[in-house]
Write a protein of this length. Structure first.
Length: 348
């Protein structure tokens, strides 16, 4: 009869059982609907069994994996104590950070909220997002570059609202180029405001989610919050403002230069975009060009977010990685043809 799998020493792997006291948190909120937290832990640690009863969480399984899972649970528990709630992204990121074993702990990276709105804490949920938020604090101009779902615009908005609440700036200015994503919608009816509203609606929605609903219209009417197309920035000097340029991959190099030179005294700028989603029909992307021109310039920082920082459905990260691999294959396939064309043009 075949025996159970043995280790290299000829013995079954040692098993361990540990308990963690779930104190200092609202237990129902911490575990989530139908113990969602347990399901998330099991997904990250498939060889460990988790059982919650009252305020005690029991972990059992191979000794090494139980110790790692126990550390993850402790980190996630500390995040909940400091910020009030945890998500599956916190479990995933804590597992990654424990596995790496370098740098700050998950509770240090994930638990410090930027804002608290209607009982909900807005905070980074990955190490890359924490580095991005810290860069905004430390630099006058920050570029947040990465795929969809990495929180580039949302976290920049949160920092803008935080700066306004702390009276570090006098106003927030949100802008983006009025470029359609792939399909042409034609001429839109209504006033100028009606025509540009579809382009700026995502920025309105983000502001509305971070402030009390009755406050936002008053701040918009007073000009304390301004949402405008990029074309409206020409000729202005933006003093004492927190300025966010969204969808910057759809700026031309000339527009990007125009925007950056609007910077005035006491202001911060955050530029966000995804260089893989350029909707410009012909012109080069200003975001691609500026990343080659301004890297290394003092007080300007480029934060590169990746699929590891995506906090939407986990499938989004896999989709982004698959498209990146596809584009890389296409680029490799083009290179021999490009070299041949260049040689022909040069007369070689």
């Amino acid at each position: 009869m075949p025996s159970a799998p043995d280790t290299a020493a000829g013995r079954p792997p040692a098993r361990l059982e540990r308990t963690v006291l779930l104190t200092g948190v609202d237990l129902a909120q911490f575990l989530g609907h139908r113990d969602q937290l347990i399901a998330d832990l099991e997904r990250q640690h498939p060889d460990v069994e988790f059982h919650a009863r009252d305020h005690v969480l029991t972990l059992s399984g191979p000794a090494g994996e139980v110790r790692a899972a126990e550390q993850v649970v402790s980190e996630v528990l500390e995040v909940a104590r400091r910020s009030g709630a945890v998500s599956r992204h916190d479990v995933r990121e804590a597992t990654r950070m424990v596995a790496r074993g370098d740098g700050p702990t998950a509770s240090q990276v994930l638990s410090e909220p930027i804002l608290s709105v209607r009982g909900h804490a807005i905070r980074p949920q990955t190490r890359g997002q924490r580095q991005y938020v810290d860069a905004i604090d430390e630099h006058t101009v920050t570029f947040g570059i990465g795929p969809a779902g990495t929180g580039k615009t949302y976290l920049a908005m949160a920092k803008a609202v935080q700066a306004l609440q702390r009276r570090e700036v006098a106003k927030i200015i949100l802008t983006r180029p009025a470029v359609e994503a792939g399909e042409r919608l034609g001429y839109l009816p209504g006033t100028l405001e009606d025509k540009i509203d579809p382009y700026l609606r995502p920025l309105f929605d983000a502001v509305g989610s971070m402030m009390e609903q009755e406050v936002v219209p008053k701040l918009l009417a007073a000009g304390t919050i301004e949402v405008a197309p990029l074309a409206y920035m020409r000729g202005r000097t933006l003093n004492e403002a927190f300025v966010i340029l969204d969808e910057a991959q759809n700026t031309t190099p000339e527009q990007m230069k125009m925007f950056l030179t609007r910077l005035g005294y006491g202001s911060k700028m955050v530029v966000t975009g995804d260089v893989t989603q350029v909707d410009l029909p012909i012109a080069a992307s200003g975001l691609r060009v500026v990343s080659r021109i301004l890297r290394g310039v003092d007080d300007i920082h480029f934060s590169e977010l990746t699929s590891d920082d995506i906090v939407r459905h986990s499938l989004v990260g896999r989709i982004v990685d698959a498209y990146s691999a596809y584009e890389e294959e296409r680029n490799v396939a083009r290179r021999p043809a490009d070299r041949g064309t260049a040689a022909e043009e040069s007369g070689a």
